[in-house]
Design a protein around this ligand. Sequence first.
Ligand code: SF4
Length: 357
Amino acid sequence: MSSSSRMPSEYARRADSDLIDAIRKTKDRLGGEAAILGHHYQREAIVDLSDFVGDSFKLCRDAAQAAARHIVFCGVRFMAESARVVARPEQTVQHPDVSAGCPMANMAFIVQVEEIWKVLAERLAGRRIVPVTYMNSSVELKAFCGRSGGVVCTSSNASRVFDWAYSRGDVVFFFPDEHLGRNTGNARGTDPARIRVWDPMQGEAQAGDPSMAGAELILWKGFCHVHTFFTVDHVRRAREAHPDAFVIVHPECTEDVVRAADAAGSTEAIVRAVSEASPGAVIVIGTETHLVSRLANTHPDKTVLPLARSVCPNMQRITLANLLWSLENIGEYNIVEVEEEVARDARVALERMLQLA
Ligand code: SF4
């Protein structure tokens, strides 16, 4: 939820070098008043201009600790909403393009989750269900988890969050990414027969499936198209071309791709794996292409390659032009707002997540 305004078209006509120069000057003029938070999947120039760079977990923590009066969030909407929830009330959070959403976050709506929650509570009567939402979800789902004894997780801390959830209940209901949920369950040794998928398109009839009663992990049937693009065949071809390569993929990839890779890890874990690899190493990465290119550029002593080229177009909606426009109109346009009651409940779930870092 945010007030939106349209950027004047002359910004989009300016050359990148001119925009970069103007952004630097505007940042200097604003001094410590504004902080730019940039996600790893942003284009390289925006990452270079950002004061804080990270995955959604790190940026949420950075937003909670930022001293600046204004936060300009270069990422997608659910990240900017989370920053709004954890930032201090007197801070503003500005999103350079409010249309930069996440298709996966849009695969689960609060009305659907609340309905299914009631159905599961009846069907699994006597068993304690703990709702866990991925960071990549709307603020309303985070609020639902906050008021329902649940929590938020990211790919950085999903295992720890699952441990926390199972210490409080018998069943984890995880949304909206089936694959992160399944890969986390697999890594914890959850019996595959006790993992069920809830397809929101099929509705309540699924609750009648007898196997649902014995479920330990119920996964929402959602996915990230950027990461499900990768296939086992991509891994096979990478190994043929580079027999010594270390293949690491994001846990939003499908289960078979994660099994075929040498490792799976969050964006921050991938960045760390490249930094810690020995000079001369060949690392093949299954995640968003902009991060892979940047890692290749910043580690010229290693060979860093994409498993395949896969772009998140939504992340690329943040441009140098709308970043400059935001900075020149700091605290004025595209301010992210979250209803107080929703923010209060979402904060509970996000703070639980931050404590489980
Ligand atoms: S990479 Fe996937 S999960 Fe991340 S913002 Fe893009 S679509 Fe959403």
